[in-house]
Design a protein around this ligand. Structure first.
Ligand SMILES: [Zn+2]
Length: 471
């Protein structure tokens, strides 16, 4: 009657075919369905939903007797993955489309209908496989690349098995801790104990201690599963091959900036950079993993063809490495000149006692000098870049008096300016930019630019290597 009056007032009409209703009664504890006279609106009967049927309501299917029916996220995600695969989009656009429009479509139903962990794991697997094929990543690429957060160097993809469980446990924590009196009474009665206990384990990685009900009532929902991405990253770092040198990228928004925003990277470079970061670039070493086989470098014929050899040792790619190094020097000298320094590149400094040194850059301004030598090195260990910077300082600091004499300076400071071949921004470089007088506001943007240049240099080496190793 309320609805009829509403329709009369507003002049609206109702599409009765799209309506549905069911009526549950339990006289003598036996539940009956639709055991009553027809319901109607303006004398048109509303279709009954019987026990064999269900009705889609707020994104889930509801059956009169069974309640919310389990959704089938695998069946829902597969056609979406197929459609995105076929779409004429760039690889990174496909990933973005999946994250923005694809996955959210299956999450709500799976969450509300308590889809089991095994089912969600299958969905995660299919999503990972699709992303791997779009981004041309090896099937053996570790999960860490997909699930670590971007600030740690991962793609930050959702993992339904984890996130849905976390969401459910959090919601039940909030229900159990609700201020509302009715909610407090109802929540324990409605709690699906077995299902939520399993979710507790998935969300927190430990079995529930003591009673589930009291754990839910006393745990701060904000802490549930808070560190799951960190755990993914730690597992990734722990891998013998794919985890090598990754710890250095933890909590580094500068060196990982490109992951979230492929700005400045061509698609092919972005893909190669992902392979680089996860140590899955195809070399004889990665191809023959587990099998003994001749892995002599196909490009130079000397040395073991692993990623470090290709990027930083291979003789056939020396020219390309020099070019990358010079690119960084050029960028640094442009910044220097913009800030009013006089810049000398590769100036020979001779000292009767120490011999000759050729630092990459000598910057002079108002009687002060900065000696900067640039290096790009592969991030093998967290200390690799710092060690290289220190060795640069040790090498050139001795020449400080000769440099002062040559240019009539009152003092010079010596620095190593070191970048990682996989894009690591060495924090010590910031001090060089400081000394050069770069405004604080521009430092971050430039650091990102240097990191990107280093990555692009390495990906260009990999492209040349691919050609050489094929011929
Ligand atoms: Zn080689």
């Amino acid at each position: 009657r309320i609805l009829e009056r509403f329709l009369e007032h507003t002049g609206l009409d109702i599409k009765i075919k799209k309506c549905g209703g069911f009526f549950l009664r339990a006289p003598n504890h036996i539940v009956t369905v639709n055991h009553c006279a027809d319901w109607s609106i303006h004398s048109t009967p509303i279709p009954w939903i019987d026990e064999t049927q269900s009705y889609r309501y707020l994104g889930v299917d509801v059956s009169p007797r069974r309640g919310i029916l389990p959704s089938d996220p695998l069946k829902e995600i597969m056609p979406l993955l197929r459609k995105i695969s076929k779409a004429p989009l760039k690889p990174t656009q496909k990933v973005k489309m999946l994250l923005t429009y694809g996955i959210p479509r299956v999450v709500y139903g799976a969450d509300m209908s308590l889809v089991g962990t095994v089912g969600l794991r299958r969905v995660d697997l299919e999503i990972r496989n699709a992303v791997k094929s779009w981004l041309h990543l090896s099937p053996s690429t570790a999960d860490g690349l997909f699930y670590s957060s971007k600030v740690d160097g991962g793609l930050g993809l959702p993992r339904l098995e984890k996130q849905i469980a976390i969401c459910q446990v959090k919601r039940w924590c909030k229900m159990m801790q609700a201020k509302d009196a009715k909610c407090k009474v109802l929540a324990p009665a409605l709690l699906p104990k077995a299902a939520i206990a399993k979710r507790w384990k998935a969300a927190t990685e430990v079995e529930v201690e003591g009673s589930l009900q009291s754990s839910l009532a006393t745990t701060d929902p904000a802490v549930i599963g808070r560190k799951w991405r960190v755990s993914e990253f730690e597992r990734w770092c722990g891998l013998r091959c794919q985890g090598r040198g990754l710890a250095t990228f933890a909590r580094d928004p500068i060196s990982n900036y490109w992951l979230g925003d492929p700005w400045g990277l061509h698609e092919s470079d972005y893909i190669l950079a992902l392979q680089l970061r996860s140590s899955t670039v195809s070399t004889l070493t990665t191809l023959s993993r587990g099998r003994r086989r001749n892995a002599t470098c196909r490009a130079c014929g000397r040395g073991w063809e692993g990623i470090i050899h290709v990027v930083s040792q291979c003789r056939s790619l020396k020219k390309n490495r020099m070019a990358n190094h010079n690119n960084i020097c050029r960028l640094l000298s442009i910044i220097g000149r913009t800030l009013g320094w006089e810049v000398k590149r590769e100036k020979r400094i001779t000292c009767p006692l120490l011999g000759t040194a050729v630092p990459d850059l000598i910057l002079t301004k108002n009687g002060r000098g900065l000696v900067v030598d640039v290096a790009i090195c592969y991030e093998v260990k967290p200390a690799t870049l710092r060690r290289r910077a220190v060795s640069k300082v040790n090498k050139y600091d001795k020449f400080a008096p000769s440099i002062c004499n040559t240019f009539g300076l009152t003092g010079v400071k010596t620095y190593g300016f070191v970048l990682g071949a996989r894009g690591k921004w060495y924090e010590g470089n910031s001090e060089v930019l400081n000394e050069m007088g770069l405004p604080r506001s521009r430092k971050k943007a430039l650091a990102k630019l240097f990191s990107l240049r280093a990555i692009r240099g390495t990906t260009s080496i990999l492209k040349v290597f691919k050609k050489l190793s094929r011929s």
